[in-house]
Design a protein around this ligand. Structure first.
Ligand SMILES: *Cc1c(COP(=O)(O)O)cnc(C)c1O
Length: 381
C-alpha cells in the first residue's frame, strides 16, 4: 500500500518538492519555463505576500502599478499580464479594436475588421501561434534570406492590424531593421508591436524599442531576466494602445480574461522591475564573465570537444556562455547522460553537435558542480 501523504504540520517541515519526490536541478541553461523560469528575489516574494493580505480594486492596482512602471521605464504606459505570450494576444487585440467595444464584440461574433498581422518570415518563432489566439491571420513577408521595403508595403492593406516584430538579434538577418519597419508602418498608420520577451539585458531595452525606436508596444516576459513571478509579463508603449489593452483585458470578462494577472503578480512584477532598474548590471556581467572564463579553463583540453567562449546567449542577448561542439552529432545522448546524474545539470543544446552552458541562472556554489557533471557526460579523448 502506498504511504499516506504526511500530515499538514509534517508537510511544512519538508520542502514542497521533497513532499512530491521531485529533485531540484541546477540550471546552466537559460530562463526556460519548463525549468521554472527564473528565481524571484526575497523582496519580490515579500511584495507578493503583502499584496495577498488585502482586497483592493484590481482596476486601480493595474492602473497605478502601470503608471509607476511606465514612468520608471520612460514609457507613456505599461500593463501587467500573465506572460509575454499573453502580451502578444492582448497587444494584437488592442491593435485590432483600438479599445472600441463594438470592435471587441465583432471579434467575438466573428466578423471583425483588421484581421491580419504582418510578420517577417525570418522572425517566425514558436510563440507566434499566439497571433492566431487573438483571432488574427498571420501574413508573412520576405523569405529566410532577405526582405525588401516594397515587399512589406505590398502586404499592408485595410485589413492590417499591426506589424509584429521579433527583436532577438539572432533573427535580424533576413528582416528589415526595426527603424525601417517603423518608418514604413508610420507611413500607413499601422502600429508596430515588438516581441522582446527575452531581450533583457540590456536594461535599456525596457525603453529602447518604444521610447527610442518609435514602436507602439513592446512585450517582455516577467519570469525571465526580470525575475518576477514566472506567470507574469509586461507590455509597455504608447498610451493609446496600453489603454486599448486595458479595455480587452481582465478584470473585464472579455477576450483577454484568460490572461488574468493577480494582485500578487502585479505587485511582484512591479517590484522585480524596480530591482532590475536599480541593479548593477556591469557587476552581474563581470561575475558571469569570470565564471565563463573559469569554465573554459576547466573544460578546455579535458574532453574530445571543441570549447569556446560565446558572448551572445540563446536569445541573442549579450550574456556570456560556453559553447561545446561535439565531434559526433550525438548531443541528445550527452543530454540523456546528464539527466541520469545526480544532481541533474540542465544545459542548452541542439539536436546534433552543440551544447551551451550559461552562468546567469546559477545559484551560489553551483558553478563547479556544472563542470563535475559535464566531465562525466562529455566524451574524453
Ligand atoms: C519566452 C518568449 C515568449 C513567451 O514568454 P512567456 O513570458 O513565457 O509567455 C514569447 N516570445 C519570445 C521571443 C520568447 O523568448
Amino acid at each position: 500500500m502506498p504511504a499516506l501523504p504526511p500530515a499538514t504540520s509534517e508537510r511544512f517541515l519538508m520542502g514542497i518538492y521533497e513532499t512530491l519526490g521531485i529533485k531540484t536541478r541546477i540550471n546552466a541553461a537559460a530562463c526556460y519555463t519548463a525549468l521554472g523560469g527564473s528565481l524571484m528575489a526575497s523582496e519580490v516574494l515579500q511584495a507578493m505576500n503583502d499584496a495577498a493580505k488585502s482586497f483592493i480594486s484590481l482596476h486601480e492596482l493595474q492602473q497605478k502599478a502601470g503608471e509607476r512602471i511606465a514612468s520608471l521605464t520612460k514609457n507613456e504606459g505599461a500593463f501587467i499580464t500573465t506572460g509575454a505570450a499573453a502580451g502578444i494576444v492582448l497587444s494584437i487585440l488592442a491593435c485590432r479594436t483600438r479599445g472600441d467595444l463594438v470592435e471587441i464584440q465583432k471579434i467575438i461574433d466573428g466578423n471583425a475588421k483588421r484581421s491580419e498581422v504582418i510578420m517577417y518570415t525570418g522572425h517566425r518563432i514558436p510563440y507566434d501561434s499566439n497571433i492566431r489566439v487573438a483571432g488574427s491571420d498571420l501574413v508573412t513577408v520576405g523569405d529566410a534570406i532577405q526582405t525588401f521595403d516594397y515587399q512589406l508595403e505590398a502586404k499592408i492593406n485595410e485589413d492590417t492590424s499591426a506589424i509584429f516584430f521579433c527583436a532577438g538579434a539572432h533573427l535580424a538577418g533576413p528582416a528589415l531593421s526595426l527603424e525601417r519597419t517603423v518608418e514604413i508602418a508610420q507611413k500607413y498608420s499601422i502600429p508596430v508591436i515588438v516581441d522582446a520577451a527575452a531581450q533583457l539585458p540590456p536594461v535599456t531595452n525596457l525603453w529602447h524599442f518604444t521610447h527610442e525606436m518609435g514602436a507602439d508596444l513592446a512585450i517582455f516576459s516577467g519570469g525571465k531576466a526580470l525575475r518576477g513571478p514566472q506567470s507574469s509579463g509586461l507590455v509597455v508603449g504608447k498610451r493609446e494602445f496600453i489603454e486599448a489593452i486595458r479595455v480587452n483585458a481582465a478584470p473585464y470578462a472579455r477576450l483577454g480574461r484568460g490572461f488574468k494577472a493577480s494582485k500578487e503578480e502585479i505587485a511582484g512584477l512591479m517590484t522585480a522591475i524596480e530591482l532590475y532598474l536599480a541593479k548593477d548590471h556591469g557587476a552581474d556581467w563581470q561575475r558571469w564573465s569570470k565564471t565563463v572564463d573559469a569554465w573554459f579553463e576547466a573544460l578546455n583540453g579535458k574532453t574530445a570537444c571543441k570549447i569556446w567562449r560565446d558572448d551572445v546567449n540563446e536569445a541573442g542577448q549579450p550574456t556570456p556562455r560556453i559553447a561545446i561542439q561535439l565531434s559526433n552529432p550525438n548531443a541528445l545522448e550527452i543530454i540523456s547522460k546528464l539527466q541520469s546524474l545526480d544532481p541533474i545539470v540542465e544545459v542548452v543544446h541542439d539536436s546534433r553537435r552543440m551544447i551551451w552552458i550559461s552562468p546567469d541562472s546559477l545559484q551560489a556554489g553551483e558553478e563547479s558542480i556544472v563542470i563535475t557533471q559535464l566531465l562525466k557526460a562529455l566524451p574524453t579523448k
